[in-house]
Design a protein around this ligand. Sequence first.
Ligand code: PLP
Length: 396
Amino acid sequence: MNDSKYVYLDNAATTPMDPRVIDEITKHFNETYGNASSLHSLGNQAHQVLEKSREIVASLINSEKDDIFFTSSGTESDNMAIKGVALKNKERGNHIITSVIEHPAVENPCKELEKQGFDVTYLPVDYYGMISLDDLKKAITDKTILISIMFANNEIGTLEPIKEIGAIAKENDIIFHTDAVQAFGKIPIDVNEMNIDLLSASSHKLYGPKGVGMLYIRNQGKRKGWGNYIKPIMHGGGHEKKMRPSTENVPGIAGFAKAVELARDEMTEEIERQTKLRDKIIKTIIENIEETYLYGHPTIRLPNNVNIGFKYIEGESILLSLDLEGIGASTGSACSSKSLEPSHVLRGIGIKNEDAHGSLRITVGRFTTEEEVDYFLEKLSPIIEHLRKMSPLKEN
Ligand code: PLP
């Protein structure tokens, strides 16, 4: 298959790098190879690039530059935030609140902490995938130290009421972490307006390189009445103010910063453009293919996410048929799409197991064109019709 013709509709799993990011990284691989901790001029040059990158990343979420800590991934940032707060504050309290539809990068650290004696409340969500603020308020106890709720769901695209959650956390003096891996660079985020204390992001979701992430830590981990509220989970040298030791990946971080700059400067137009493509896909499928259901909130969702349930057939079969036509989509989150378990997110919004298997996630991106969307829509209907004809679940 000619890769240049491949229609890539799996931008939530990862994004291709923007050529402008590749240029930036290549430049730094050639020129900025010094260790940012070295005292000579090449080290100093690397240090300058690192600090400039920190400033650019901070600008996207209206944070202080020194509150940005570079990591290797969204998963690492989530682990640092959740375990870092839990382990630092176990004397203060052992209760954490999260939701049933978090990414495994949040869910599994929470499960691990449960084994260590922490109490975790997994808030339910409604049919659209939203937590209830009343449930959140009721779950808070005097032992609650951390609320971790995702900004946008990776499977169904629903946006959680982050500003309201932040206000509740602030009112109750609880630390608030949000996994913003899917939202960062796609929609506006303001950590001050939203009272976010900790925020995880990952470069490969916004046309930057893989292997680079960041954790925003308000006031660099100090809080009135708490002192230090987070401790490092890795120990080594003094990099990233000892929060995340290891020689910084300067070319990768510079590429991440370039990706952030592009996302920031092009966000308004991209939201409008991708929302139109998203809504065209939703409308065309729902109107033209019977017994299809939109999962996630109809409007309060990521501009690039579509998740549709097709009755009587398996998402995997749709996926394979699409792949043969040169189209890449997903059945759920990339991390779980190799398992046969139905998606915990779809089960979380109340979808029956047999229906959860028939879901397809289509995520458009910066390089998706309307022609590609039309090509996908044209190929999809006959695929669904064909698969349903063969389905033992459907009476034909
Ligand atoms: N959190 C969410 C919501 C995600 O979608 C992902 C990746 O799919 C991650 C965390 C993990 O990010 P990374 O792949 O950078 O470890």
